[in-house]
Structure formats: structure tokens, C-alpha cells
Design a protein around this ligand. Structure first.
Ligand SMILES: CC(C)(COP(=O)(O)OP(=O)(O)OC[C@H]1O[C@@H](n2cnc3c(N)ncnc32)[C@H](O)[C@@H]1OP(=O)(O)O)[C@@H](O)C(=O)NCCC(=O)NCCS
Length: 223
């Protein structure tokens, strides 16, 4: 998700759409609307954003290395506070979820995984991520990505998870490739950045492929 759904200058509620009522059968699956679970990996915890994360996220995600290929994040600590409040409202509306990435030995948010619904009730979703350069090449991204993908397929009930990465974003594309995502094609001149349109690669993961891979890698003797 190189283009953040949150737009700092578009008005805080500009992207919220009216959520459809939740059918009773889907209610349990939609508990996440009331608050995200905390997901624990071997290196990171993914948890709900808190207002107090604004400062560390501002430091982590406004680094030029991070913003080089993605839409600009909020430009001030206060902007991140507004963004964090927006993520909570979007979650309640059932449109979007955003996890803070927190290393296991700390309580400081060092990045984000975000997902937005592309169809009713997250049947298909788009995800995006950004991590402080201090934690690049440490395994933090892969660990958090596995948790996020599992959440998308097992809790949100998505069947397809899309990611867009600028073709020039070597690191972002390689990270998606390493996860086993399929590069379906190139969306030509689909991303406006610094007044110029950029091509983006479309990377997808499918629930049935992912869950089958998880099942076989968990089977004794099959690795
Ligand atoms: C994308 C991001 C979350 C990935 O996290 P990361 O910790 O850097 O990812 P990893 O180190 O696990 O994987 C990156 C891979 O890219 C490779 N790589 C680095 N630069 C590369 C380049 N220019 N071209 C190709 N591959 C490159 C690395 O060698 C690594 O592969 P390896 O583990 O096999 O050596 C992080 O780089 C980031 O936050 N980038 C800025 C925001 C962004 O671009 N988000 C993606 C939007 S789609």
C-alpha cells in the first residue's frame, strides 16, 4: 500500500464510508472492530496503536529512506496523533485495520502494518507496511508479516491480499517476493509521487494457497 488511505490534508474523516450492519453470524469474526487482538511472533508483537505511539512513529516513518517510495506520512507528531485517532474510527467502521509493530523486548512502536478492505467485509484486502530503517534486515518485517497475513486470512476472512510496490522500490518488492507473494503484473503509472506517475507491481497472496502452505509446513516430516 504505497498510497496510504489516510490523507493528512483531506480532512480527518474524508475516507470513512458508511459501514454495512454486521450480520449475527459474522459478529464473532468481527470482534476486531471493537479492538485489535495482540499478535505475538518470535521477534515482534503487533498491537493496536496508542496515542502515545505518535512520537516514535514520527521518528521511525518520516526518515527519507522510508518515505522514498511511499505516499508521505503525517509530517508532525500531532499529525500522527490525528492519524492514530483516525485508524481507530476506521477499524470501528470495518474498513481498515492498522497494527503497531513493537519489538518483543520493548514497548516502542517502530513501524506499521495496515490493511484496507477492497470489497464488502474484507473479502479482498490491500495491505502495506513500513518499518524504521534501524530494524531493516533484522527479520522483524518477516515475523510481523506472517502475523498480519494470518490475521487477514483467518480473522478478517480475506481470500485475497494485494500489495502494490513501486517498481523502483527494490527492497519492498524483494520483501514481498520473499514472503511467497505472486507478482501478477504491473499497474502502469498508477502512483503519483512528487508530481510524477510511477509504475507499481501488484503482488498477491491467496488464502487457500497460504493456509495450505501453513498446513504442510506444520505437518511432521514435511518441511
Ligand atoms: C519494505 C520493508 C518493510 C521491508 O523490511 P526489510 O526489513 O527491509 O525487509 P527484509 O530485509 O526482510 O527483505 C528485504 C530484501 O530486499 C533485498 N534488497 C535490498 N535492497 C534491494 C534492492 N535495491 N533490490 C532488490 N532487493 C533488495 C534485501 O537483500 C532483502 O532480501 P534478503 O533477506 O534475501 O537479503 C522496509 O524496507 C521498509 O519499511 N521500507 C520503506 C517503506 C516501504 O517501501 N514499504 C513498502 C511498500 S510496498
Amino acid at each position: 500500500m504505497e498510497r496510504m488511505p489516510y490523507q493528512e490534508h483531506a480532512g480527518a474523516d474524508a475516507v470513512i464510508s458508511t459501514a454495512a450492519p454486521v450480520a449475527p453470524a459474522a459478529a464473532a469474526r468481527n470482534d476486531w472492530r471493537n479492538g485489535l487482538p495482540t499478535l505475538t511472533g518470535s521477534l515482534v508483537t503487533l498491537r493496536e496503536l496508542r496515542p502515545s505511539d505518535a512520537r516514535s512513529l514520527f521518528i521511525a516513518l518520516t526518515d527519507d529512506e522510508v518515505t522514498r517510495f511511499i505516499s508521505p506520512p503525517p509530517s508532525t507528531v500531532q499529525g500522527f496523533e490525528t492519524f492514530i485517532a483516525w485508524t481507530g474510527r476506521q477499524r470501528i467502521a470495518g474498513q481498515y485495520v492498522c497494527f503497531a509493530i513493537v519489538p518483543r523486548d520493548s514497548d516502542t512502536a517502530i513501524g506499521l502494518f495496515q490493511m484496507r478492505s477492497l470489497e464488502t467485509d474484507f473479502a479482498a484486502a490491500e495491505w502495506g507496511f513500513a518499518v524504521s530503517p534501524e530494524f531493516w534486515a533484522t527479520g522483524v518485517f518477516s515475523d510481523g508479516a506472517q502475523l498480519t497475513i494470518g490475521f487477514a486470512f483467518e480473522t478478517l476472512g480475506a481470500h485475497r491480499l494485494e500489495a502494490r510496490a513501486s517498481v523502483a522500490n527494490g527492497r519492498g518488492n524483494a520483501a514481498l517476493h520473499k514472503l511467497g507473494a505472486t507478482r501478477e503484473g504491473v499497474l502502469r503509472k498508477s502512483f503519483l509521487r512528487h508530481g510524477e506517475y510511477h509504475d507499481q507491481a501488484l503482488w498477491t497472496l491467496l488464502a487457500d494457497e497460504w493456509l495450505e502452505r501453513e498446513r504442510t509446513s506444520a505437518s511432521p516430516g514435511i518441511h
